[in-house]
Design a protein around this ligand. Structure first.
Ligand code: LMR
Length: 339
């Protein structure tokens, strides 16, 4: 296939273009599958994608070649979703907070504050009805959900201690995309700003934003803790990814590729979910040891005050994500959706 200059300039592989223009990508040999993501290799998602590469190449006997592009090296947050729809990348693992541009706002319900009591509750929900319900929503958009990958709970940081809701007043806080996060930071009196992950470090360093939320593994690998004087280990919301493929591409793979690739993905999913908690514990330890920031834990009374301040997000959420997903969550988690 002869590539136009624009296509060459965009760095699209022949396999990706073949897919984009109707000729199946698997007609190439080996099939090149690009997996783009925005975090470092040394994170649960980074390690999970490398595990997928190792297993997929082994199980297909080299008939599939998996190219991993970490750290936004191929696409940034918004572009990668467009690239998947166009067929210029085959696999992504975005955080579910970034799914609204795909036309499925329901995923944002997972960002509700204090929704999952712990990782076990989260894991059970995603393996159960919640996970199934959300993947079903993707189908109509031509996207296939292959697995949910865990990355633990969010901390929150700034250059002043964030212990009481009043401490958030007037702070510009970077968020990744979810309107639910936008809402709960507004409930606390701060000013949320959506920003691509690759731009956060510099924005914190130069004061474009005052603070952010993320998991320990993302803080340590992006060095956010080096440009934030105070981090609250609040674990107020959960960060999870959905590994997704373009349905046409994945469903169009011949069985001798599809089966080993599905097997590799299932095993990589188990692997990632098996290491996520420990990776984050280790990252938190590393942050502590670095001495570059002060870590804070919330008292029970402070947690209660945060929950109370953020409770309006639950009432507001219905208009954003719809009652249906809230009902699915409430049933699966055995809770009332009141915050
Ligand atoms: C973020 O943008 O904050 C995160 O979702 C990045 C990631 O993929 O963990």
């Amino acid at each position: 296939m002869k590539l136009s200059r624009r296509e060459v300039g965009l760095g699209l592989s022949a396999a990706a273009l073949a897919t984009a223009y109707g000729r199946p990508g698997w007609a190439q040999s080996p099939v090149v599958i690009k997996f783009s993501h925005v975090v470092a290799n040394d994170t649960p998602k980074g390690k999970g994608s490398l595990k997928f590469k190792e297993l997929a190449e082994k199980y297909t006997g080299g008939k599939a070649k998996i190219e991993i592009y970490p750290n936004s090296s191929l696409y940034k947050d918004k572009e990668e979703i467009e690239a998947l729809q166009l067929g210029s990348v085959q696999l992504l693992g975005p955080s579910t907070a970034k799914f609204a541009p795909l036309g499925v706002k329901e995923f944002e319900a997972l960002d509700l504050p204090w929704l999952f009591k712990d990782d076990h509750v989260y894991d059970t929900a995603m393996k159960g009805e919640v996970g199934k319900y959300l993947f079903k929503k993707l189908e109509a958009k031509g996207i296939l959900g292959l697995g949910y990958w865990d990355n633990g709970f969010h901390m929150v940081s700034a250059n002043r201690p964030l212990l009481n809701p009043a401490d958030f007043q007037g702070l510009k806080i970077r968020i990744s995309g979810s309107k639910i996060a936008d809402r709960y930071f507004r409930d606390l009196g701060s000013i949320p700003q959506i920003m691509a992950f690759s731009e956060v470090y510099q924005a914190l360093q130069t004061g474009v934003v005052d603070g952010c939320e993320n998991t320990p593994s993302n803080y340590v690998t992006q060095k956010f803790h080096e440009v934030q004087k105070h981090i609250t280990v609040s674990y107020h919301a959960h960060l999870q990814y959905a590994v997704i493929a373009n349905s046409k591409f994945w469903n169009g793979l011949p069985a001798d590729l599809r089966q080993p690739l599905d097997k590799a993905m299932n095993e990589a999913t188990e692997y990632t979910n098996g290491i996520a908690q420990k990776e984050n514990e280790d990252a938190l330890e590393e942050i502590k040891k670095s001495g570059k920031t002060e870590l804070h834990k919330l008292s029970d009374a402070q947690i209660a005050a945060w929950k109370k301040a953020m409770a309006p997000t639950y009432t507001w959420a219905k208009g954003r994500v719809g009652q249906e997903v809230l009902d699915v969550l409430a049933k699966e988690l055995g809770i009332k959706m009141t915050g």
